[in-house]
Ligand binder design. Structure first.
Ligand code: ACO
Length: 431
């Protein structure tokens, strides 16, 4: 970051002397006021629940311009990455800062491919779960449990260990997600197949069985690969900030990523695609397109407690660029699978059309986010609704691990320790 010529001056109405703070500029986007000395000089904290105006770190990985609806990974716009590169390229880019050349790609693919199997003991660990456990409950446990199996890569001060952990996590997540699915179906786990692509291998581990050959459908493979690309990183969102905060204590990477998985589960974050599909299915079962208008009235009524899932975003105040790509992917998959007349897709398009014309959504700058169409694509592929957030976790793992690694390499890194405005009882004695 670069020290700006400007400074910020904080003045007080009670005659206390004013205090100057340095201002720093990044490469693009808003400047920041460095308030680290605020408490020391004024005996006051800032108050910013939800981090509405607080940059918690510096980062060179992902940039979002919420007003323009722009998303860049390492400077490259998401639409170019999603249409010209595959998920392995994106993982390499996010981890290393640049796209791989041909030799680097071969080497990186081989590293990931060679780590796709999980320790056999994990199969027994898995069997401790109920068959009807939510996949995110299973995944939170399985990812945390990796730290019990891979002791040789948990020295966080060793960059080589951090690299091996990154590769292990990226490589093993598809295996774990597919295991969670197979377990819920009572089917045998399918071992990874190294001759397939990252995404093709995942599809096979999900949908193959030992009795039949499984042929990967290239349209479905490309669509799922795109879902992975679109979810790979998203700067300091709730789960990434959770990974950073958890990792800032010096815990091992598997524990930090398990914390990210747990955070992503929530319906305001990664759980939104599941919630969005449930919402569309509920609407379809209760009148469909005819009832969209009535449903929208409920959404706008603050007392109803109903939100339009898949709409709105803390940062995007314009169309989420990922939603546009997802809508296009949705059309491609439905066409390939002869589901062009899918009533849920038609319903989603109608909901979107009405919302984008409604002053409630226009005034609040509420647009479809990535989750609005991703559920329809996944459902068409055959992925059950309760697995959607696990798929999101799989894709976001590279972002989490890259952000965690960046934090540990930052000379300004400290354990995260927010402060508070205490408004409970003051000192009192037990009578
Ligand atoms: N439906 C109806 N109204 C909404 C919605 C929605 N989906 N989203 C926001 N609003 C309204 C709020 O009621 C509020 O109205 P008000 O100003 O009259 O009080 C205004 O828009 C601003 O909303 P906030 O909740 O303050 O915005 P915030 O930035 O805190 O929330 C969030 C963002 C959580 C994503 C929200 O838009 C939401 O709940 N959306 C639905 C869930 C969803 O799709 N989440 C996925 C996010 S993307 C991701 O994690 C990959």
């Amino acid at each position: 970051m670069k020290l700006s010529e400007n400074k910020a001056t904080l003045s007080f109405s009670n005659g206390k002397p004013s205090v100057d703070f340095p201002v720093y500029s990044g490469s693009v986007g808003p400047d920041v006021i460095d308030i680290r000395k605020l408490y020391g000089e004024t005996d006051m904290f800032t108050y910013d629940p939800g981090f509405l105006s607080t940059a918690a770190c510096q980062s060179a990985i992902t940039y979002i311009d919420g007003d323009k609806g722009e998303l860049l990974y390492r400077g490259y716009p998401i639409d170019q990455l999603a249409t010209k590169r595959d998920f392995m390229d994106i993982c390499y880019l996010i981890l290393n800062g640049d796209l791989p050349d041909a030799a680097q790609k071969i080497d990186f693919d081989a590293q990931v491919t060679n780590h796709t199997m999980v320790n056999e003991q994990l199969h027994f660990f898995m069997r401790g779960f109920r068959r009807d456990a939510h996949p995110m409950a299973v995944l939170t446990g399985l990812v945390g449990a990796l730290s019990a199996f891979y002791h040789d890569s948990t020295d966080i001060t060793n960059p080589r260990h951090r690299h091996i952990s990154a590769i292990r996590l990226i490589a093993k997540m598809p295996t774990l997600v597919a295991m969670a699915y197979k377990y819920s179906k009572g089917q045998p786990f399918i071992y990874p197949q190294n001759s397939l692509s990252y995404t093709g291998n995942f599809l096979r581990m999900m949908f193959a069985n030992p009795c039949e050959d499984y042929v990967v459908n290239p349209v479905v493979e490309r669509a799922l690969d795109r879902i992975f690309i679109l979810h790979a990183d998203h700067e300091q969102n709730a789960s990434t900030s959770t990974v950073r905060l958890c990792g800032s204590s010096g815990t091992n990477p598997f524990a930090a990523i398990a914390a990210g998985v747990a955070c992503l589960w929530g319906p305001a974050h990664g759980g939104a695609n599941e919630a969005c599909l449930n919402m569309l299915e509920h609407l379809q079962a209760n009148g469909g397109i005819e009832k969209v208008g009535e449903f929208m009235e409920q959404v706008k009524d603050k007392n109803s407690g109903v939100r339009l899932m898949g709409f709105g975003h803390r940062v995007y105040k314009n169309y989420d660029p990922r939603a546009k790509l997802m809508q296009q992917t949705c059309k491609e998959v439905l066409k390939d699978l002869n589901l062009e007349n899918d009533p849920l897709f038609k319903l989603a398009m109608e909901v979107e059309r009405i919302a984008l014309e409604d002053p409630y959504f226009v005034e609040r700058k509420l647009y479809p986010n990535v989750d609005f169409y991703s559920g329809i694509v996944q459902r068409a592929i055959g992925i059950p609704t309760d697995l959607f957030t696990a798929i999101f976790s799989l894709a976001r793992t590279v972002g989490w691990i890259a952000q965690w690694n960046e934090m540990l390499s930052d000379p300004e890194y400290k354990i995260g320790r927010p402060r508070q405005l205490y408004n409970g009882a003051s000192f009192r004695d037990i009578k």
